[in-house]
Design a binder for this molecule. Structure first.
Ligand SMILES: Cc1cc2nc3c(=O)[nH]c(=O)nc-3n(C[C@H](O)[C@H](O)[C@H](O)COP(=O)(O)OP(=O)(O)OC[C@H]3O[C@@H](n4cnc5c(N)ncnc54)[C@H](O)[C@@H]3O)c2cc1C
Length: 510
């Protein structure tokens, strides 16, 4: 149809009218993605400061503050500090603990079967960053959305690799949990994921992405499209969408299992409530066992040969050159735990997202005759600064909270009551990058002497989508460290996108 034909104009009018109608019903604004992304990419007028350390008194979260959920919370927080290690990992979220797991496994499997000495240093309680207090445990590999965008920016092979990394991560985690018979202990649910498309423009774009991915050879046979009528019949919501295989779990419990597994394979020490304040190099003549780096904490120093920064949103605290849109931007996410008014059988066991991915929710697994607690996150697009550059997770935003409170009743009027207060509400800090992909590899500066950080590595900046990426990115940096330890050359795994690698990126702190 020609762009200016009367038919085309009628279609545009219909799109516009539908969008206006939906916007008047929903508690969140629509079509904000481009604006939110452009703010992320813009330097702050007054320049950038490094991120703070994690604050001491974070909001209470369902995942962490449920009694018994965090047996390692205070592990190694008192007594002697381990003063020497082969590898120091900073941060005990899914990245840091996955790195310890992969290193321990590789050292154990090597011909020499040597005892690699690993220390994890954590600023607060065990796993109390984005992973531990994060949203509903969506272990959701991207299906095909944004395929055309990524293809235009990075080419087809790279776009296929992004999907491959996420499928690899999810299948490895599920395999590991099932092999160890701990799937139940971490509440693993194979309920799949449903994406809701609120506007016709979103639906059209999703269809274009689906076709492009299919034409590129991505297997999409398990994707099920759901029409507006079917969504209405099944859930009383008047939006179309699609459903695809994925999982949900309790992230803190997954990370605890990974830690316990790693600690059986090698010498692993965890020191919680021990923030790393700075890192200095050890002059060669002072070095014991040729250790290169000294990590300074309020409890003393730890000397080590290799450092893995698994600090995500807080990376620029120790690496100030990674402040600002060229590095990692701390971004606060907010969650409410709200009781549904219908049983799980009516809500489905799937995790969900909608509104360009800004909102995401998941009913906690309970028996079908109960009304479950639903963990709902999002609402950032309702605020003026989109919660960028915010590292304070001891408070919540009122504007975001209001948007979240109204969201589910406006989408599913028959399943949720308007005006009901959440049972819990909390925030957590995510690490965003302009490219929306993480940094993986040796710590580098875009200019200057890159030997400056020799032996330091990073896997961070998942842009709110770390569950299906962090385990594999941690595997990649662990392989890099092991290659150095063993004197081998590191080979990129086929599933790792090249653009994630630090030496392929331009890092700048404008
Ligand atoms: C509200 C919210 C909702 C989210 N929803 C989803 C979702 O639906 N799906 C999804 O895939 N992802 C989601 N994410 C993102 C996901 O949680 C993260 O991508 C992932 O958990 C990052 O893991 P990590 O281990 O790299 O970082 P973190 O879990 O943040 O771990 C970093 C750790 O480093 C510690 N640390 C920082 N600096 C120092 C220091 N100097 N010394 C010692 N320790 C330090 C911190 O205390 C923290 O424990 C969400 C995140 C939040 C906050």
């Amino acid at each position: 149809m020609p762009i200016s034909s009367p038919g085309h104009i009628d279609l545009l009018k219909a799109y516009w009218l539908w969008t206006v109608l939906i916007m008047s019903v929903l508690s969140v604004p629509l079509n904000r993605f481009d604006e939110v992304q452009s703010v992320l990419e813009s330097p702050l007028p007054d320049g950038h400061r490094p991120a703070s350390l994690p604050v001491r008194n974070p909001t209470k979260s369902f995942w962490i503050d449920t009694p018994g959920a965090n047996p390692l919370a205070k592990e190694g927080s008192s007594g002697d500090l381990t003063s020497d290690a082969d590898v120091c990992i900073i941060g005990s979220g899914i990245t840091g603990v996955s790195a310890a797991y992969h290193l321990a496994k590789a050292a154990n499997a090597s011909d020499d079967n040597f005892d690699l000495k690993i220390v994890i240093l954590e600023a607060r309680d065990f796993c109390s960053g984005a992973t531990g207090r994060r949203n509903g445990g969506h272990l959701t590999p991207a299906a095909f959305l944004d395929f055309t965008l990524a293809q235009a920016a990075h080419g087809t092979d790279e776009t296929i690799r992004s999907l491959a990394l996420e499928r690899y991560t999810v299948s490895e985690i599920v395999k590991l949990l099932e092999e160890k018979d701990v799937a139940e202990a971490v509440d693993l649910v194979a309920g799949g994921h449903t994406t809701m498309l609120f506007t016709d423009a979103e639906l059209e774009q999703a269809k274009r992405d689906f076709e492009a991915a299919k034409n590129a050879g991505v297997d999409l046979s398990s994707v099920e499209w759901i029409s507006r009528q079917e969504m209405e019949t099944r859930f009383g919501a008047s939006f179309p969408g699609f459903h695809f295989p994925s999982y949900n779990l309790w992230p803190l419990k997954l990370v605890t299992q990974l830690y316990l597994k790693a600690s059986k394979l090698t010498s692993l020490h965890l020191h919680t409530n021990t923030p790393v304040e700075k890192i200095t190099s050890i002059p060669t003549n002072e070095s014991r066992a040729s250790r290169r780096w000294s990590l300074h904490t309020g409890r003393g120093k730890v000397a080590c040969s290799y450092v893995i920064h698994a600090t995500n949103a807080y990376a620029s605290h120790l690496l100030p050159h990674m402040s600002g849109p060229g590095g990692i931007v701390p971004t606060r996410g907010q969650i409410v735990a709200i009781r549904a008014d219908a049983p799980t059988s009516k809500l489905s066991k799937a995790s969900w997202d909608g509104n360009e991915g800004f909102e995401y929710w998941f009913p906690r697994p309970v028996s079908t005759d109960e009304t479950p607690l639903v963990i709902l996150g999002g609402g950032r697009e309702a605020g003026s600064k989109f919660e960028y550059y915010e590292t304070d997770d001891s408070s919540v935003s009122e504007v975001v909270g209001q948007a979240l409170r109204g969201f589910l009743p406006s989408v599913f009027p028959k399943l949720y009551t308007r005006g009901k207060d959440p049972e819990m509400e909390w925030t957590g800090i995510m690490g965003y990058t302009s490219m929306r992909d993480p940094f993986v590899g040796p710590v580098l500066r875009p200019s200057g002497d890159n030997d400056e950080f020799d032996g330091q590595y990073i896997a961070a900046g998942y842009t709110g989508h770390g569950m299906p990426r962090a385990f594999a990115c941690a595997e990649a940096v662990s392989q890099m460290v092991m290659a150095k330890v063993m004197g081998n050359e590191w080979v990129r795994p086929t599933w790792l996108p090249e653009r994630y690698l630090t030496w392929k990126r331009y890092i700048t702190s404008k």
